[in-house]
Design a protein around this ligand. Structure first.
Ligand code: BGC
Length: 711
């Protein structure tokens, strides 16, 4: 692709500056169609005759750095007789501060552009304008840009154009746009503008989000706008940025004369509050609005209940997904991370696939995961891998290699992705077999463990669950997914079936006791425990003795309620879901959360922070509880034998603790909805299915055709 165009760069390496490339061209006749094919290393912002081309923000997105997605735009209506195309580039994800790996491996690299305009004239003649020596470039008015540190723009800067440097890259593959594009999704207006106790002017948008802002003002040439962002205020009501760690997350703008409107072009922030460090006038609501960015995924899932706190939790889960589905499933959008942590994606993928249609989004990310996988099968901590070294395969993180493709298959019935990923799935479990210190277990290796579990020893992020138990259970789970995927694809998986049996046999002999909430939850959920009743009773006792509160971290939390409801403890699962005291989902809601927190104890009830080091207020992981609400409380389940909701099982498990609960998913087969509510001492169920379904109400099974039913 783009075979006849050349990669071009600004001739000198100027860190964090944004070169702009331009080319003028004339049209010699009547145009039938004009298209632009373009990609870059670093993010691009392109205009033709001063008008933006397309609406892909932060194009071309973020991929495994050896491939770049190419976009095609129809620019016919933007052309005049004399034209000028301009493309501004930032280091972006390619080699900004976020990507330690490319900064180490490719120290001389600069943001680079390649494109081609194809002009088709009405008489059939074609003409091409391609990146080559004829282009010019200059440092642009965006004088600084870095994903972590923000963007600076000087309206008065005069660009000095020089000839471009033509590069001879052979290492970067240009591929068609594979994922969803990032778009501006909604506008949020300030809820209030106030002075903090420190006398700083702060704007509250009322919602923690990912995106940027647009300013509109009258000013004199040289006056400045300087803004900082934050997710929360501290206990005294002051602006708090320490949890951004080294990310400066600033916006600076030098005004021209007169009326002006500006929004950043190559950057994004995670924020709810903006501190006005400098502004030419007293800022008012009419001077600023926030713009929410995320991948253009379509919303498909809705949850609603009679409990306002629960509804806020549902909203926070959606915002957690919006905030972190920015081309790559990221851990958080604000601090100096914002990375495609595999574990986070793995725990959330099922919920994600019900809330939104993420088929295309994961198609692209999983392709990168596959490409990033090392020859031995190792799955790096993050995809795309940005660390200097990939780390080692780690339980519940690297399992994204098996869990994510299989879930995408279950939700959308997509066998293409499963087929493409199958080798990667297999290579990954084979790799575990090589690195373990004990055959048929995953034993003696380094792991993140039950990350952020509340039973962590002092000073540690790792919950006290035994990492070897977690790893062995995930090993068995991943092997079981290889077997299932293999069978779907008609492969011979006898070797993996045997391996699965062996892991279970040896694992069960080795690990006979489960002593933490997480150990019990995963031993139950993944059918590892042999005496399920005893383990479930133990789990219930541990939770009850802990005041009906959880202690689980990243690994245990997604399965905790499932483990309870599958083993006769549905009411206790509801107690956890509806718990309002710390630690719980609704605790953060009562603390004013508008997204999902990274930590159960991100902020205590005195408004103090648990730490400044690892304290994101926009981390979607614990939002995975939504899949229990969709799948158990409202009972909408995919039928593994007929994936993609070709047949649906709907088995709601209501409670007296909520008056009403409903879930709906706009599946690839149509809308499935399940609602129950209490009426006149009875429970009334309203169910809609787009296909044949098995409905289970109070233990009684009904086989129904597509339609709406009341029980
Ligand atoms: C991230 C996590 C991630 C973890 C790995 C953190 O810094 O924010 O969400 O999974 O590191 O343990």
């Amino acid at each position: 692709m783009l075979k006849n165009s050349s990669w071009i760069t600004y001739p000198k390496k100027e860190e964090y500056s944004c070169p702009v490339f331009k080319r003028e061209f004339k049209i010699n006749g009547e145009i039938k169609k004009a298209t632009l094919k373009i990609t870059s290393l670093g993010c691009y912002y392109a205009t033709i005759n001063n008008e933006r081309i397309g609406d892909f923000i932060l194009a071309p997105g973020w991929t495994f750095y050896k491939r770049a997605q190419m976009q095609t735009y129809d620019i016919t209506s933007q052309l005049k007789e004399e034209n000028e195309i301009r493309v501004t580039l930032s280091q972006g994800w390619f080699n900004g501060r976020i990507n330690i790996r490319t900064r180490m491996e490719l120290p001389d690299m600069r943001p680079s552009l390649i494109c081609e305009i194809e002009l088709t004239y009405k008489d059939g003649k074609k003409e091409y304008i391609r990146t080559d020596r004829d282009w010019e470039c200059a440092l642009s008015k965006i004088t600084f840009s870095d994903i972590y540190d923000g963007e600076y723009y000087d309206s008065n800067y005069t660009e000095k154009f020089v000839p471009v440097k033509v590069e001879d890259y052979t290492d970067f593959k240009i591929v068609k746009q594979q994922g969803e594009i990032i778009r501006e999704q909604e506008v949020i207006f300030p809820q209030s503008i106030f002075k903090t106790p420190k006398n700083e002017t702060v704007i509250d948008f009322g919602q923690n989000m990912t995106g940027y802002f647009e300013i509109e003002l009258d000013a004199k040439k040289g006056e400045r706008v300087s803004l900082s962002v934050a997710e929360v205020l501290d206990k005294d009501g002051n602006f708090y940025t320490e949890n951004y760690r080294s990310a400066k997350a600033k916006f600076e703008y030098i005004c021209c004369d007169g009326h002006q409107v500006y929004k950043p072009k190559l950057c994004f922030w995670g924020f709810r509050y903006i501190r006005v460090d400098e502004f030419p006038c007293e800022i008012t609501e009419s001077n600023i609005k926030a713009i929410v960015l995320h991948s253009d995924i379509k919303r498909t899932g809705y949850l609603d209940s009679s409990n306002p706190l629960l509804n806020k939790l549902f909203s926070n889960i959606i915002w957690g997904q919006k905030g972190n589905f920015l081309d790559v499933p990221t851990d958080c959008p604000q601090r100096d991370e914002r990375l495609g942590w595999t574990g986070d994606a793995q725990v959330f993928v099922r919920t994600a696939s019900y809330n939104y249609n993420v088929e295309k989004f994961f198609d692209k990310w999983l392709e990168d995961l596959r490409l990033e996988q090392k020859r031995e099968g190792l799955i790096p901590f993050c995809v795309p891998q940005v660390h200097e070294r990939p780390g080692s395969s780690t339980a519940a993180w690297s399992d994204a290699a098996t869990v994510c493709p299989y879930q995408i298959y279950l939700t959308y019935g997509n066998t293409k992705i499963l087929k493409r990923q199958f080798k990667s799935m297999r290579d990954y479990v084979d790799e575990i077999g090589r690195i373990t210190k004990e055959k048929y277990l995953w034993y003696g290796c380094w792991h993140f463990g039950d990350w952020l579990g509340l039973d962590a020893p002092a000073g540690s992020y790792k919950g006290s669950s035994n990492p070897d138990i977690i790893a062995t259970i995930f090993y068995a789970y991943s092997v079981s997914l290889v077997v299932k995927a293999g069978k779907v694809l008609g492969k011979n998986v006898a070797k993996y079936e045997k391996l699965y049996e062996k892991i279970l046999e040896k694992g069960r002999k080795t690990f006979t006791e489960f002593n933490t909430q997480t150990e019990c939850a995963i031993a139950l959920y993944f059918d590892f425990a042999t005496d399920k009743k005893a383990v479930a009773d133990k789990l219930s006792t541990m939770i009850t003795e802990n005041g009906k509160k959880l202690k689980t971290g990243f690994v245990g939390t997604p399965y905790l309620l499932h483990a309870l409801s599958q083993n006769g403890y549905t009411e206790l699962a509801y107690d956890l879901l509806l718990q309002e005291e710390f630690p719980s989902w609704l605790y953060s809601v009562k603390q004013g959360a508008t997204t999902i927190w990274e930590h159960w104890d991100g902020m205590n009830d005195k408004g103090e922070f648990w730490s400044k080091d690892m304290n994101s207020f926009n981390h979607y992981g614990y939002g995975s509880v939504a899949d229990w609400v969709y799948g158990v409380a409202c009972g909408i389940q995919t039928d593994e034998s007929k994936p993609g909701f070709e047949h649906i099982i709907i088995a709601p498990q209501p409670t007296d603790k909520i008056d009403r609960l409903s879930a709906s998913i706009d599946t690839v087969r149509g809308l499935v909805a399940s609602k129950w509510y209490h009426k006149d001492g009875k429970i009334r169920y309203e169910i809609t299915t787009p296909v044949n379904a098995t409905i289970v109400i109070d233990g009684v099974t009904f086989e129904v055709e597509k339609g709406s039913y009341i029980f």
